[in-house]
Ligand binder design. Structure first.
Ligand code: MF3
Ligand code: CO
Ligand code: CO
Length: 272
């Protein structure tokens, strides 16, 4: 979501019934994302992916959250190459060999939201592109690993920023992770950069997303005239991965996974 004013809203922790519903929503979102990622190949359009999302929603009786959200016209976000996030699927946008694409799926299941995104390769991607995608996935993993009731929001941001910048990449500032539950975007805002030991303390029962957007060039972005598509200011590529997570007494549980086997990472060909 787009970074906003600091608001004096309290972050709530969720009761067990809500957690169970969020877990169910997370699994469906993960399954949906997996199906879309597996369909990515040269020659398909981003609209084809949106059509698949609509079919999944119909089949499973779930709602694609982006559709009509603040006027967003499609049911997923598809962000290709220099697009950071909020790319709008189009029949005119044909995927080509060498592209990278982030697919961002958000479902509403029984009134609860689950948000899950991953970047994958279209055909063969050059080594710099692969490095960008793999490092972005590592950034998400590092951000998730520090989550616990002993941690603060700044610990997440710091873990992500230090890894990305250590690899000569940059962290997008204008878009952040967010609390999630019965609403798409709840407090807190989860920055993907920051200082360790700073920011709000985490509590067991909180649910939020971590969704680092990492750039090959500089961190600055701009939004196209369609009012949605965020691109890098310098035209270089950007990658993103996103999970919805739950703070637990012992640490963290990733809700946007497909099974109990503890596989935390998003699907796609950038597994680390
Ligand atoms: N799924 C995005 C996020 O991670 C939000 C998309 S809003 C939309 O926060 F309207 F562009 F779909
Ligand atoms: Co999100
Ligand atoms: Co998302």
């Amino acid at each position: 979501m787009i970074i906003g004013q600091r608001r004096k809203l309290r972050t709530t922790t969720k009761p067990q019934v809500d957690i169970d519903a969020m877990r169910h929503a997370g699994r469906l979102a993960s399954r949906c994302l997996q199906e879309l990622l597996e369909a990515v190949k040269p020659g398909i359009s981003t609209q084809d992916l949106d059509d698949m999302q609509m079919a999944f929603a119909e089949q499973h009786k779930v709602i694609p959250a982006p559709l009509n959200y603040k006027g967003f016209p499609k049911s997923i976000c598809t962000s290709v190459n220099e697009v950071i996030c909020h790319g709008i699927p189009s029949p005119h946008e044909i995927l080509r060999d060498g592209d990278i694409i982030c697919i961002d799926v958000t479902l509403i299941v029984d009134g609860f939201y689950a948000d899950n995104a991953a970047t994958t390769y279209v055909g063969e991607v050059d080594p710099a592109g692969q490095r960008l995608v793999k490092t972005t996935l590592e950034c998400l993993k590092r951000g998730i690993e520090v989550v616990s009731p002993q941690a603060r929001l700044g610990d997440i941001g710091h873990a992500i920023q230090s890894h990305a910048e250590g690899r000569g990449l940059s962290v997008v500032r204008e878009f952040v992770g967010h609390g999630i539950g019965r609403a798409f975007h709840e407090p807190p805002q989860v920055q993907h950069y920051g200082e360790p030991g700073r920011g709000q303390r985490l509590h067991a029962g909180m649910t939020f997303t971590i969704e680092p957007m990492i750039n090959e060039g500089g961190w600055r972005s701009r939004v196209l005239d369609d009012g949605w598509t965020a691109v890098t200011a310098d035209g270089k590529r950007s990658a993103q991965f996103e999970h919805t997570v739950l703070v637990t007494a012992g640490g963290v549980e990733i809700l946007t996974v497909q099974n109990d086997e503890g596989r935390w990472e998003p699907p796609g060909r950038a597994s680390v």
